[in-house]
Design a protein around this ligand. Structure first.
Ligand SMILES: *Cc1c(COP(=O)(O)O)cnc(C)c1O
Length: 341
């Protein structure tokens, strides 16, 4: 990323763009033509998906079980969508029947859900929800920010219509880009819009014309950030996607086992735990900030605090990308044990 910045229409750069797009299709497990990185962090990807698919008055059902579901709901309203939310307690998720009931007798255009809720560590099952959404004529929009590159994401097999991610979670890249992918049903919605999306910057009908063979200037590509993404995707390809998923799974298991051996408790039930984001209940009588500060100052390890209603109740330990290693897990567990004692 520190290499010289070349022109956004330089032939070497155009080749790199094409490679990024094909590597993104590999990590998203999709054939979707409209697969590209949006300039901006994960939230820009969220906004790009929603603003391009929603027109004023469209009914959108957001499944909200944490901070990022709440952010989707906020964006739906800014797009002038008719928002309905289905809520689950933080640390829990959604079953097929619940979603079925919420869609019954309604004309819903989009169901939006978070695959890996980073605020709680909950891993949502996606395929069953995608089926229910399609049965009711709705598209499924998936937040894959924390899942992509860490646990299986299967856009085509699951029938996800639009998805977005970020670079700085399990892809192990600095922040600044948001890979997105739109499938055939989402493309049809794009092509039949009656109004322009409210955002000029995120309008995919224009952005895509730079990323395809037309190479029409829209906004200057963040050249060096894209060098970074290209390299991060190359590293994922060298490791292999399945091997990477396995590495994350093993690191998460090792961490949860260690936590339970220490007599501490995980927030999320084993079947729905994210290996890359581990929520630990703060034991009775321990001060959240004191412990986190001692971990950082004494051991150089940053662990996250709880957000929203879980503030002061949990710690969030990220094991993403290069951090998903047994040595890292052991170091964190040892440091946490010493700090608690
Ligand atoms: C991090 C995150 C986002 C937002 O990404 P930014 O890069 O912070 O804009 C959205 N959804 C989930 C699930 C996330 O973990």
């Amino acid at each position: 990323m520190a290499r010289p910045t070349i022109g956004h229409l330089d032939s070497a750069f155009l080749r790199m763009m094409d490679e990024i797009r094909s590597m993104l299709r590999v990590v998203f497990r999709t054939e979707n033509e409209l697969t590209l990185p949006i300039s901006g962090t994960g939230s820009a990807g969220m906004e790009a998906c929603l603003t391009n698919l929603i027109e004023p008055g469209d009914e959108v059902l957001v499944l909200e079980n944490g901070l990022f579901g709440a952010r989707m709901a906020d964006i739906v309203q800014r797009c002038r969508g008719e928002l309905r939310t289905l809520r689950a307690p933080w640390g829990e998720g959604f079953g097929q029947e619940q979603v079925e009931t919420a869609l019954q007798g309604k004309k819903t255009k989009i169901v939006a859900l978070v695959h890996a809720e980073t605020s709680t560590g909950y891993r949502q099952d996606v395929p069953a929800i995608a089926r229910v959404a399609h049965d009711h004529g709705a598209l499924l929009v998936l937040d894959a920010v924390t899942s992509l590159g860490g646990i299986p994401v299967e856009l085509d097999e699951w029938g996800v219509d639009a998805a977005y991610s970020g670079t700085q979670k399990c892809l192990g890249c600095p922040p600044g880009l948001a890979p997105i992918s739109f499938g055939p049903r989402a493309e049809t919605v794009l092509a039949s819009r009656r109004t322009k999306p409210a955002s000029w910057y995120l309008d995919l009908s224009m952005v895509r014309r730079y990323w395809n063979e037309e190479r029409v200037y829209h906004h200057t590509a963040p050249i060096n950030a894209l060098y970074g993404l290209h390299e991060a995707l190359r590293i994922v390809a060298v490791e292999g996607l399945e091997a990477r998923w396995k590495r994350h799974e093993e690191a998460g298991d090792r961490f949860a086992r260690g936590i339970e051996e220490m007599g501490l408790e995980m927030l999320v039930a084993p079947a729905h735990r994210l290996p890359q984001l581990n929520s630990v209940r703060i034991p009775e009588g321990k001060r959240d900030e004191t412990i986190r500060k001692a971990m950082l100052d004494g051991h150089g390890i940053e662990i996250g605090g709880g957000l929203g209603e879980l503030k002061g109740k949990i710690w969030r330990v990220g094991l993403m990308g290069s951090a998903a290693q047994p040595e890292v897990v052991d170091r964190v567990l040892t440091a946490l044990g010493m700090t608690l004692r």
